[in-house]
Design a protein around this ligand. Sequence first.
Ligand code: ADP
Ligand code: MG
Length: 682
Amino acid sequence: MAGKSEMPLRYLKGVGERRAEQFARLEIATLGDLIEFYPRGYEDWTSIVSIQEAPFDRPCCIKAVALGEPVAHHVRKGLTLYKFSVSDGSSIMRVTIFNNKYAAAKIKAGKEYLFFGQVGGNFTSREMASPLIEQPESGQRIRPIYRQTEGLNTRYIEICVSRALEAIDKELDYDPLPAEMRQKYGLCTRRFAIENIHFPQNSNAISIARKRLVFEELLILQLGLLKIKSRSRSANTVLIAEDYTEDFICLLPFRLTEAQSRALSECIGDMRGKHPMNRLVQGDVGSGKTAVAAGAAYTVIKNGYQAALMAPTEILAEQHAASLSALLGKGGARIGLLTASLTAAQRRKILAALSSGEIDLAVGTHALLSEGVEFHRLGLVITDEQHRFGVAQRAKLAAKGANPHILVMSATPIPRSLALIIYGDLDISILDQLPPGRTPVATYAIGSDKRERAFNYIKKHIAEGRQAYIVCPLVENGEESDLASATEYMKKLSEGPFSGYKLGLLHGRMKSSEKEKVMSMFVKNEISVLVSTTVIEVGVDVPNAAIMVIENAERFGLAQLHQLRGRVGRGRHKSTCILISDAQNEEAVTRLKVLCSTNDGFKIADEDLKLRGPGDFFGNRQHGLPDLKIADLKTDMSILRTAQAAARKVLASDPDLKLPQHSGLSKKVADLFEKVGEQGLN
Ligand code: ADP
Ligand code: MG
């Protein structure tokens, strides 16, 4: 419903251009955004404690009379303290206000106030520094605490929220959840939820409001994902008459693992079934997902259709194109590479060949999505390392064919509980087995004082013919400085410990042709040590590289470290990963320990979930799904299950969300996916 919620924030009294910019930093542009900016906590001014019994370990609210007016103490230039004492009959407390003449002037001797803050001092003499102060008549309530940003404090946000609520008051009666559904799942109305999440009547009201908002958020998400999946109920128009798995196996230089065979036959089974395939192949790094994709593509091609494989980086696309040409070319398949760095002439040629059907398998980056890319008979769309792609992009590639089969490969193992949501739209095959002959990567965490020993270890292995990766220190502020630090680090290595060695540098800002050159030199062992930023994180496969050193290992998340480590241990050589870190904090130390103790991606994912919560798995950057505004998957799994069941029910009765009672849901689902689409690739 278009209305006041869509009005820009400037509409609010007191919000000018500067304020609007500050709000924009919190991703709040409209009144509607603001009322969906939920508090991150509350101050409970309703439970008053006595000074005597005030806890020392958390903020509390004290109601007391000022014994005198605040006295100013000029401590030094720019620092004035205003001190006074208060009493609540049980005890006396000293209060200090910092630099706030205005607040101090409002305190009158003999009058009663509410003081909210952390009590300090000791049992005989209590004090409170810079408390929040309110009048007892109006102040005794539960107040929201908002995430702040420079210039916008929680109090100011609170005022704006209350003005926004007034402005859109009428629209609060408009509830996207049908009354029947609210009743069935015991949910309050939207008005109650929104009003009480910001300005709760009591603490019980907060949980009632929250439950409803969490449910709504997860319901919308599930509806969106299931709608994509419901595509699979449409008829299969890319019918695979014949299974070419036997032929494919003959092309392979190795035997498929059981897990690979199972996944491949699940794919072929899907494609020969009544509905188009929508399948995720989830497998740890090195589990051989590419072979599964190649097998599926081969059967599709042999049945007269084209296939497309989309990879997140050019390096990876190039590597896939090369290895798939070598493999499937023997079977007569024609492979073409499409990336953004082709020349106009090359691009024209590829596009023509794609639309005439002279290319059977198009391998590329998101360049495959661009306009002008047309297929003759697209039957299968494969996305590699899909956590890099948004749901919307997957849909966009699929739209280039008439309901093609979809195969998604992901190397980020995800705990089952989360896979349920993140891949709500896909059937799942799991590769839980590595090809034979792999030894786990031995992993060690060392301090930077032992760096030299790590480098000597590399040198020893280079002497034996092996190669190594060194992952540069990670810089926090963006690509520019990333580039500078990678270059500088490289210089240090080549002038210092590795002078005389063949080093190569790989970073995200290089032109694709430069990257390709470095990579192909590394593949040919013309480079012994590849110094790299995290661009090597995904997919790159050089079996002779057996050692990896990661600088500043504490800066990376567990999943990312596991991905990086997956670049070694891919051949028959014993492989080692050395994590350099001087971090002392417990979380970082635990993270590195986990990595040293196991090579199992699913275990690591579970640990990651425990350590850091689901944000990392769930954030848009990883999965192309939007950030959650209120739901917290650590605590809200049961609401998630209910919401998922509710979503199924809604779609069973109204697959296109066309019924009038679903119009609100329908709009919210559309909004959600529009947002996801805009955010695109990271
Ligand atoms: P990922 O699942 O990480 O994408 P890849 O598909 O890149 O893994 O495979 C990793 C390596 O293992 C490749 O060099 C590939 O040729 C090899 N490989 C894949 N399957 C097998 C197998 N069944 N037996 C032996 N080697 C295999
Ligand atoms: Mg791969």
